[in-house]
Design a protein around this ligand. Sequence first.
Ligand code: F6R
Length: 256
Amino acid sequence: MEIIIQPTAGEAAGIAARIIARLLRKKPDAVLGLATGGTPLSLYQMLIGMKLDWSRVTTFNLDEYIGLPREHPQSYHGFMWENLFRHVNIRPENIHIPDGNAADMPAFCAAYEKSIRAAGGIDLQVLGIGSDGHIGFNEPSSSLASRTRIKTLTPQTRRDNARFFGSEDLVPFHVVTMGIGTIMEARTNLLLAFSENKAAAIAGMVEGPVTANNPASVLQLHPSVKVCVDEPAASQLERADYYRWVYANKPAWQVV
Ligand code: F6R
């Protein structure tokens, strides 16, 4: 796991944007896994500003609320179109977002997994992290081998996401999310976390035991993970100085 600590969220997102830009230039038909929420907003703005070619890129989003109409401003369909897709030259047929209104949810989830495989697998998965350690919407106690399926949000996540809905009462209880097993098959995982609200989850993920109680900790078992954090999100890392030293002293050929 490579822990990249930056003074500000903007600088951390800038490194993530350069990692993605480098991938899209090297592999124009890359398959990207994408996240929603507050964290990747600045990353998406930077990617838009870089005027990259998305014409051959395929995307798979991590998750979606169950039961929100697609046109609802807080649906992840709405979020992705508003904050990224409508600003780049991606082909609509290359965009995949879980359908929170599928009539047969298990069949939809199996088909979603199949379409990820048919696309050749995910080259790079963008992840945020919940304050309870969730990745995608794999809440604590999720099977570390789980696949795309329905999940129930924890009260903590519903409270965290109330800021988008105006009231906690309006936050859906159920979601459809890629599983942890699905995320672990991405060739690279790029996780972003900003603000002190994420500090405990980040410390558990990087330095705690691998446990379903902090689902992100399973990334310790993944061979290629980059974690871009600002100082507040890194504030509970015991070995923060070591991670800073490693990043500052990377061989030139590794620097993004
Ligand atoms: C969203 C997702 C979630 C968020 C997490 C953090 O697609 O998969 O895991 O990344 O809930 O959300 P923010 O960024 O709003 O703090």
